[in-house]
Design a protein. Structure first.
Lengths: 271, 324
């Protein structure tokens, strides 16, 4: 047993190295000058330089990108989870003809890559006058998050005992009141999971904002990172600082939500 | 996945709950109204921004169109013929297939190994999990920029290799047409391995400890327990992962676009980068739409076949259960 654990620790060590080294390269690189990096790409900061980080943090550009990303992600998540939970409620706790057909329609969405739809989506958004508009990114993102939201929420809502509903209805609560006051609060773990999924996918999304936004003041963080990299290609240290800072929100969010995500998935993808 | 679901009856609480007050007719009208209210927003969003654009793409693909002005030049299936007769696009399909194959062959054993490792009682296991998942939450853009810088000629990777006495292995990682695809695959693996591990860990936690203990009591070695008890029970999760990984590989875009733009000399072009390149950079909206439809058909065919032959095999597959 101890030999096996020895091998385990060795493997763990290798995994940590491979995963963490690129992240450390970025974070530590931000504390060096470009000259230092060019001289020894794999070296440590010496002396430590704070200018790169301070400059990025002091730039309006960085904060604007962050704000744009946050705004879009919040709108997309709200729409996807709001509309998704309403649809999941209808599809799980009402009996009506065509219910499975509706559900199938939504699950089809799991197969549609956004990439396939982007060309016509772009034209459609142009027609709606949503280009250069945060809604032009947030609404389609919400639409593409709907299927997974419904697929995760429906079984969860389905599993909530019918007795609870009967009791609420007997007490004179309307069905919608049951949804709002009892079912939604009870579904909180599943709601957390789908919110995380919708938020993270919106936060990281690249292709759609790339097409919708031409004006760099509207850019989201991923677009900004790519743009910064090509604009400052001579200033490696600054790119590294910029990239390091733009990793922070996603990583923080992830640290807060990690337990939830694994927990939520355990429920839905049980083997 | 949906068809498998429909076979399973759902409990319908509303049907046996006696309603307080109101004639049946009025309550039926009311139920219809509620349903409309609940379903309409999601449906409008979904149909308007997912289904319609895809349908419209199929329509545009029959025209030669630059995206402006009316559709006048009907060309039938010419765009499709053009796409398939172009070497670059055929190459792109090939690249997607190579990435998909490599993903399954290399990432799957790696993810299983890591998941088994992380499921063990190691010290610092929680920390390890965090570390493995971290790259998965980073955006593709951040990942691409990180690796772009590390892979610069004479950059971090080259220096580390030289320092380790492996100077002969240094390559033009992103500039050599023979190597670029494999370099990208390494980056893809770094980025997405955490996802497989998350899924498999969730699957592992669903396996009752009693099963392993029983096998161990019967004298099975830990390898035998893993091979004959754990892996088969992990089967559904593995099949779901393969499905998602292949679909993901077929749609690969962001990383490639930022790191190489499909170059050098189209050596890393994927179907999606080809689509965006032609549709948006060259304003060939009709042709780009045809490529989009092809990409969609490939994904859809794979999904159907996979559903039919791999996921259906175990009637209680993970996806079926996830959907239920």
């Amino acid at each position: 047993m101890s030999r096996r654990n020895g091998v385990g620790y060795l493997a763990a060590f290798a995994v940590i190295g491979i995963t963490v080294v690129p992240l450390l390269f970025v974070i530590l690189g931000g504390f060096r000058t470009t000259a230092q990096i060019n001289r020894a790409p794999a070296g440590l900061p010496g002396p430590w330089v704070w200018d790169n980080y301070l400059e990025v943090l002091g730039s309006a550009q960085f904060w604007r990108l962050l704000g744009n990303s946050a705004l879009i992600a919040v709108i997309a998540t709200t729409l996807a989870v709001g509309f998704g939970s309403m649809a999941a409620f209808a599809l799980s706790r009402y009996a009506f003809r065509g219910r499975e057909a509706f559900y199938t329609l939504f699950t089809l969405g799991l197969l549609f890559p956004l990439g396939v739809a982007t060309l016509p989506l772009y034209l459609w958004l142009r027609q709606l006058g949503l280009l250069e508009n945060p809604l032009g990114v947030a609404i389609p993102e919400a639409a593409f998050s709907l299927p997974i939201t419904i697929v995760i929420l429906r079984p969860f809502m389905n599993a909530i005992p019918a007795e609870l509903e009967d009791a609420a209805l007997l007490d004179g609560t309307a069905k919608l009141g049951f949804f709002w006051r009892i079912l939604l609060p009870l579904s909180r773990p599943a709601l957390a999971t789908v919110s995380v999924l919708a938020f993270v996918s919106s936060w990281n999304f690249f292709l759609l904002p790339l097409l919708v936004f031409n004006d760099s003041t509207n850019f989201t963080l991923p677009l900004g990172v790519a743009m910064f990299q090509s604009e400052h290609s001579q200033d490696t240290a600054k790119i590294l600082a910029f990239t390091a800072l733009s990793m922070i929100p996603a990583l923080t969010f992830f640290v807060l939500a990690e337990r939830r995500m694994v927990g939520g998935l355990t429920g839905s993808v049980k083997g | 996945m949906s068809t498998a679901t429909s076979a399973r009856p759902l409990t319908a609480p509303s049907s046996h709950a006696p309603r307080a007050g109101g004639t049946p007719r009025r309550s039926r009208t009311r139920t219809r109204l509620e349903l409309a209210l609940l379903l309409a927003p999601g449906l409008v969003l979904f149909v308007g921004f997912v289904l319609v654009p895809i349908g419209v793409a199929a329509f545009y693909s029959l025209y030669s169109w630059n995206g402006f002005g009316p559709l006048t030049e009907f060309v039938g299936l010419d765009n499709y013929v053009d796409a398939f007769s172009g070497e670059v696009f055929r190459g792109a399909i090939g690249h997607n297939l190579i990435i998909a194959t490599l993903t399954v062959v290399v990432q799957l054993p790696l993810s299983i190994g890591l998941a088994l490792l992380l499921n063990r009682r190691l010290r610092g296991r929680t920390f390890l999990r965090m570390v493995v998942f971290a790259p998965y939450v980073l955006s593709e853009a951040v990942t691409a920029v990180i690796w772009l810088l590390m892979l610069q000629p004479g950059g971090f990777v080259d220096q580390v290799l030289r320092g380790a006495g492996l100077g002969w292995a240094v390559q033009q990682w992103l500039a050599d047409p023979k190597i670029v695809l494999y370099t990208l695959f390494v980056v893809i693996t770094w980025k997405y391995i955490g996802f497989g591990v998350i899924l498999l860990l969730a699957g592992l936690q669903g396996i009752p400890a009693e099963l392993r203990e029983a096998a161990a009591l019967d004298g099975a070695s830990s390898w035998q327990v893993t091979r004959h008890v754990v892996l088969p029970l992990l089967g559904p999760t593995i099949r779901v992962w393969i499905f998602l990984a292949v679909i993901g590989s077929l749609q690969l875009f962001d990383l490639v676009w930022i790191m190489t733009l499909g170059g050098p000399a189209n050596a890393s072009t994927t179907m999606a980068t080809y689509l965006i390149d032609h549709g948006f950079k060259r304003y060939e909206f009709g042709f780009g739409s045809a490529v989009a439809v092809i990409l969609f058909i490939i994904c859809f065919t794979f999904a159907l076949l996979y559903q039919r032959f791999a996921l259906r095999r175990d009637t209680d597959g993970a996806l079926t259960r996830a959907v239920n």
